[in-house]
Design a protein around this ligand. Structure first.
Ligand SMILES: [Zn+2]
Length: 289
């Protein structure tokens, strides 16, 4: 069942769609906001225009998706993480104790196959992914495909055991060419993972259809090859938003984690608009559980 995640008060907020007063409100976002405008929507949007996955399990046409919460306990992000957030916007969001977030992965069961989207923090960092998988009746050996949104540690930490061995021993692993060829792809964690899965590692380009009809979508900005995935009416947006309470009504704000803020804002606006226009149900790796 899908319902809105936001309190009624949020529904009335208008998305600051194409810059507008962003220069006054969000000095840190000014530069990226101007360039993002080209990709941006014309009409203003309401928070209520967007649909989000809000169930642990949901059946779609031909597949079922499971939300796997990887972090133990609660997770909140402070405003500080988003640069210089204007006081009136802080007041509007009204979450002085932090904005709810999560570290999440997703599993799709379809045609007798199990597709995992990201692998969370890993057991060393107390990631809960394997427990969550077992709750939905899937062992690591039964994962057929892993589709990776990007190479940050909270997304690929769970690919290897604490001893550095493969967790998903039979899985074919997919990552975007841009991510693989970026500096991040040459980082220690990505290299270790890539080496262990070398015989099962596949590179895709944006626009490619991966096995089981999953479309890989350009969501660059957060990282050089950051990818969103679409299957049917489900859109897995990766790290497009770190604090939905702020970034859905104000997509011009970037988390400090966004590597290229200009591109991150452009992707956030473009993909939100795409989801709205197509009535897609979004889920993401840091959306509130
Ligand atoms: Zn992340």
């Amino acid at each position: 069942m899908i319902k809105k995640l936001f309190p009624i008060a949020m529904v009335a907020l208008t998305i600051a769609s194409c810059g507008g007063n962003a220069q006054n409100n969000a000095p840190n976002a000014t530069k990226c906001d101007q360039n993002a405008a080209a990709d941006c929507c014309n009409a203003s949007s309401q928070v209520s225009d967007y649909k989000f996955l809000d169930a642990k399990e949901k059946a779609f046409d031909g597949f079922t998706v499971y939300w796997l919460k990887d972090n133990d306990g609660e997770r909140k992000f402070p405003f500080d993480l988003f640069g210089n957030v204007a006081d009136d916007i802080k007041k509007e969001v009204n979450m002085p104790d932090g904005m709810p977030s999560s570290i999440s992965a997703y599993l799709i069961k379809t045609n007798g196959k199990n597709i995992l989207f990201d692998a969370g923090l890993g057991q060393k960092a107390n990631g809960q992914l394997l427990n969550e998988l077992s709750k939905v009746g899937v062992t690591p050996e039964q994962v057929d495909y892993v589709y990776i949104t990007h190479f940050h540690g909270d997304h690929i930490g769970g690919m290897l055991t604490p001893e550095g061995e493969k967790v998903f021993t039979k899985a074919e692993v997919y990552v975007s060419r841009l991510e693989k060829e970026s500096d991040l792809g040459k980082g220690e964690q990505a290299v270790k993972m890539s080496e262990k899965y070398a015989d099962k590692l596949h590179i895709f380009n944006f626009g490619d259809r991966l096995p089981e009809d999953v479309l890989a979508i350009d969501a660059v900005g957060h990282t050089p090859g950051h990818t969103a995935f679409k299957k049917g009416n489900l859109l897995i947006v990766g790290d497009l938003m770190h604090a939905m309470a702020l970034q859905l009504p104000h997509p011009e704000y970037c988390a400090n984690f966004d590597g290229d803020k200009e591109k991150a804002v452009a992707s956030r606006k473009r993909i939100l608009e795409y989801a709205k226009q197509n009535g897609l149900i979004m889920s993401g790796m840091h959306l509130p559980y």
